[in-house]
Design a protein. Structure first.
Lengths: 378, 315, 265
């Protein structure tokens, strides 16, 4: 198959997109811009508005306010059959009364294309379902149905493909396979993919860009590493993986590091991450970034350190998960890769160390247990 | 605030608002799609012919009956709307026995139909496997002979010289010269038979829907098979029981054919009276009063029954 | 009783009971079929007198029987077509559209099914008498359409509710406008429900007795003929017709089952 050019004029812009169902606001003044040929995921828990957003772009819901622009065309108000956009539905929505061939050919036929045979054949080859033409939707497995749904959408060469949690019904192994397949196909056809999911691993595997959504708005937009390593809100920090959050007060500077006080010790983070105003910040460290060492071992130069007691261990195969309690009573999680032979037993006094640049900073709010103020030094 | 291009830095979009609960986007199959513009009139256009027909040939006749029931006069002199409520009280007094008999017979036949149908429906739903559809076919098929012909067949089966009567006499269930025809037994038997599919099919439908794993859970939690049935299967099949009993009781209460073929005037039900008043005696006011009363009684019973049984929709 | 023993007993007990019930269901049918071969010299066909094929060879031998059959078929065809059309439209409105007065509509559909036929038939007669319309073929037809609408609505509605509405969204997403979506997706998928409704309406109309009795005037349908014959004397030809009806219906049902299974594989 010849390498197609990335679709021109397929930049998606959502401007002030809002959807209200009676008193409930599902999507709240959403602004988003997606470049042509990108793979973007809308990630969030159920009820965050991601599916509603997708349906508005598809034309299956009317926005209460706002605009949807694709390239130069204003899609707002256009019926779904007039939009150069196709959808892969969560339940695949294959037409049960038509065979696979006719399912895939459906959009082409409605567009008046006379000779569909070649295109249908090509598309089935792309999704590796050659030979399935005469089968019926009830006779194929979940994974195969999903690929048919994909073929049915792609065969129309839309400017953008919308995917509504298409992998939800598949088992883990199949899901992993399909994630890679979708990514490969997207790179081949260079069509913009808008993918809705609640699975953060899936989003991070497949998408170039992720928009994390909550309660109808976008919490943060960026590349997967960016969102993971430098989340901007508690929600994003906790939705993508786990994090340990320490409540600290700004205490001073030390070169290009900011010094933050917690309980009777200090930690350092890169100064440019700390907001200039305000004295309280949360420092977040991912469990895999923490090194668990013996309490009497020397701390390498430049690393932060905290003392703690191990309370619980869980063997997870590739890693061991430790639950530790700090001096001020906060419980932290550590993921240690299983490269060592012994597991540290509960009750052991240990030290957690990490590099300052491995932490992220969030504005303070009331939910993290506050560290007690140190007693004033007489 | 504007959203940033994907290639640049990232900015969160939108002002923060208090936490809002957004409904699940999957609105399900029975919520209508959004209405756009001129499509708003379509449902009314679709509804109009059918509902108009029902208005003219159901609602209007009911109103006519209500009005007729309050008239007095005769075919010769003509009828006049005098709001004669006495029509109702007179009719109720005169034909109280037939009313009572109608409801009694209907109740008896409904109960019998339930007893006969439930195990059959249970068998088809739980134990029939691949033969399910064949058995359902066999349940429905007999009812494609005409209703009247079937009832006449019972007349043959229950006749004095037939083998049923003979067997009953031999077993001592009937005295020497005893009959089945021209007794209440025959009428109830006929009523029971005639409405069996109306009982069996709803029962089957609701039994078939029961999640088998619920019964397995019950036995896993130490319930004996009987207890599992009583505590799990039976309650979950109640919607079918309600539907079936209603679909059987209502036509049975108003029936007059079974009495005509299998009974005598001393077993007459209110349906017989209405029929004779309307078509033979031509006493329209009384007939209308009886008809209206029957309708109200049934509606009242249905209302109470449905509310007590707690089902939300039958239709 | 041990669990296995109990299960063995219940498995067989319920099966035995079911077999008895089926026998009970078929008993009158068997009698009807058998007595269609009865050689009754006289008028009443209640006791077995001898075997003959005469009635089968001369099914229209009884005056008025075949005309009544034809009347019934005519009324059934017309009332089915009209009731199916009206009822299907109502079902679509109920399931696929939003409108005011839904509760009232549901009530209006439900009430005729909740009323005894005696009430429905006599009420219609009251109306016709009041308005001065002469009862006959037309009034029978009007009545049949009336009660059939509700059954059609219920049947088609059930089928529509079971249909995934996402399929219509998928069609529109794939460039089918409203009319094309209806024609190519909705209609093929709802058709089995419409067919079921049509068969049901036909059967109900053909076999209707009570409402027809009140509104028939001088017209005779097949059930009315049987009713009259019951007073006058029932010729075996009635059993012949009954058997034929049963056979036709049975064949139709079987064909329906077989085609469904065939299409699925």
């Amino acid at each position: 198959m010849t390498t197609p050019q990335p679709s021109e004029g397929a930049e998606l812009r959502l401007i002030g997109l809002t959807k209200r169902f009676g008193p409930v606001t599902a999507v709240d003044n959403l602004h988003l811009q997606v470049a042509s040929g990108a793979f973007i995921a809308l990630l969030g828990p159920s009820g965050c508005g991601k599916t509603t957003t997708l349906r508005m772009v598809a034309g299956l819901e009317d926005p209460t306010a706002g605009q949807i622009l694709l390239g130069d065309t204003d899609l707002t108000g256009l019926k779904p059959y007039r939009r150069p956009v196709n959808t892969v539905f969560q339940s695949y929505a294959l037409f049960p009364h038509l065979d696979i061939y006719e399912n895939v050919a459906f959009g082409l036929r409605r567009s008046g294309v006379k000779d569909v045979k070649a295109q249908v054949g090509q598309m089935l080859e792309l999704v590796q379902l050659t030979g399935f033409e005469r089968r019926r939707p009830l006779q194929v497995s979940g994974g195969q149905a999903q690929r048919v749904a994909l073929a049915r959408a792609l065969v129309n060469h839309p400017k953008m493909l919308l995917l509504d949690e298409p992998l939800g019904a598949l088992d883990l192994k199949l899901r992993r396979e399909m994630q890679l397949t979708l990514k490969r196909i997207q790179e081949e056809v260079r069509i913009t993919f808008l993918h809705v999911t609640h699975d953060q691993e899936e989003a991070m595997t497949m998408a170039d860009t992720i928009a994390v959504m909550s309660s109808g708005h976008i919490e943060q937009l960026g590349h997967p590493e960016e969102l993971y390593e430098r989340p901007r809100t508690r929600f994003v920090a906790n939705f993508l993986g786990q994090s340990n959050l320490l409540r600290t007060t700004v205490s001073g500077r030390n070169g290009d590091l900011a010094v933050l006080r917690i309980a009777d010790t200090t930690v350092a983070v890169p100064a440019d991450r700390v907001p200039s105003s305000g004295s309280e910040v949360h420092v977040g460290v991912r469990p895999e970034k923490l090194d668990l060492v013996a309490a009497d071992e020397a701390v390498p130069q430049g690393r932060n350190a905290l003392e703690a007691v191990v309370i619980d261990t869980s063997f997870m195969g590739t890693s061991t998960q430790y639950l530790v309690r700090t001096g001020w009573g906060q419980e932290l999680t550590v993921f240690a890769q299983n490269r060592h032979t012994e597991v540290v037993a509960p009750g052991t006094l240990v030290r957690l160390t990490w590099r300052p640049e491995h932490a992220f900073v969030l504005e303070a709010d009331a939910e993290t247990p506050a560290a007690p103020r140190p007693a004033p030094v007489p | 605030m504007t959203g940033a291009p994907v290639t640049g830095g990232s900015v969160t979009g939108g002002p923060t608002t208090p936490p809002l609960i957004a409904p699940a986007a999957d609105t399900g199959t029975d919520v209508a799609p959004p209405v756009r513009g001129r499509g708003r009139w379509i449902p009314y256009l679709l509804l109009l012919p059918g509902l108009l027909w029902l208005a003219v040939f159901f609602v209007l006749p009911m109103l006519t009956v209500a009005s007729t029931s309050l008239q007095e006069g005769s075919l010769a002199r003509g009828y006049e709307l005098t709001w004669r409520v006495a029509n109702y009280t007179d009719a109720a007094q005169r034909f109280a026995a037939q009313f009572v008999r109608a409801f009694t017979f209907a109740a008896a036949s409904t109960l019998l139909a339930l007893v006969v149908s439930y195990p059959l429906a249970y068998f088809i739903a739980f134990k029939a496997g691949r033969w399910r559809n064949v058995l359902l076919l066999l349940v429905i098929a007999p009812f494609f002979t005409s209703f009247l012909i079937r009832t006449l067949a019972w007349k043959i089966i229950l006749s004095d010289s037939g083998w049923v009567v003979g067997t009953f006499q031999a077993l001592g269930l009937l005295p020497e010269q005893g009959r089945l025809l021209a007794t209440s037994v025959a009428v109830i038997a006929g009523l029971t038979y005639n409405f069996l599919p109306f009982m069996t099919l709803p029962l089957y439908a609701s039994l078939e829907k029961i999640d088998r794993s619920l019964i397995e859970a019950a036995t896993d939690l130490y319930a004996s098979p009987f207890t599992a049935f009583w505590k799990v299967t039976w309650p979950l099949s109640l919607p079918g029981v309600v539907a079936g009993t209603l679909l059987t009781f209502i036509p049975a209460a108003g029936d007059f054919v079974n009495v005509r073929f299998l009974g005598t005037p001393s077993q007459s039900m209110i349906g017989n009276v209405i029929e004779s008043r309307f078509l033979v005696v031509l006493d329209y006011p009384t007939a209308a009063a009886l008809s209206f009363t029957l309708m109200l009684a049934i509606l009242l019973l249905v209302g109470l029954y449905v509310r007590r049984a707690g089902t939300e929709t039958i239709v | 009783m041990s669990r296995r023993l109990w299960r063995g007993v219940t498995r067989n007990l319920v099966g035995f009971y079911a077999a008895l019930a089926l026998l009970y269901l078929f008993l009158p049918v068997i009698v009807v079929i058998v007595f269609s071969f009865n050689d009754n010299a006289g008028r009443f066909n209640f006791t077995w007198q001898g075997f003959t094929l005469d009635s089968w060879l001369n099914p229209c031998g009884v005056a008025g029987l075949c005309q009544a059959m034809i009347r019934s078929i005519q009324i059934a065809i017309v009332s089915t077509i009209i009731a199916t059309a009206l009822g299907t439209m109502v079902a679509f409105a109920l399931v696929r559209h939003r409108f005011r007065g839904r509760a009232l509509t549901n009530l209006l559909i439900f009430l005729p099914m909740a009323s005894p036929e005696v009430v429905l038939g006599s009420a219609m007669l009251a109306l016709f008498l009041n308005v001065g319309v002469r009862t006959g073929f037309l009034t029978i037809l009007l009545g049949h359409i009336m009660f059939n609408i509700s059954y059609v609505v219920v049947t088609v509605k059930a089928r529509l509710l079971g249909m995934d509405s996402r399929l219509e969204e998928a069609a529109m997403d794939l460039y089918a406008d409203e009319w094309q979506t209806f024609r190519r997706v909705t209609l093929p998928l709802v058709t089995p429900g419409i067919v079921a409704a049509t068969l049901l309406a036909f059967a109900l109309s053909f076999d209707d007795f009570i409402i027809t009795l009140f509104n028939s005037g001088n017209t005779t349908t097949f059930p009315l003929f049987v009713y009259g014959a019951a007073q006058r004397g029932i010729p075996p030809q009635i059993n012949v017709m009954g058997t034929a009806l049963f056979a036709v219906a049975f064949v139709v049902l079987i064909v329906g089952q077989v085609t469904r299974r065939f299409r699925r594989s």
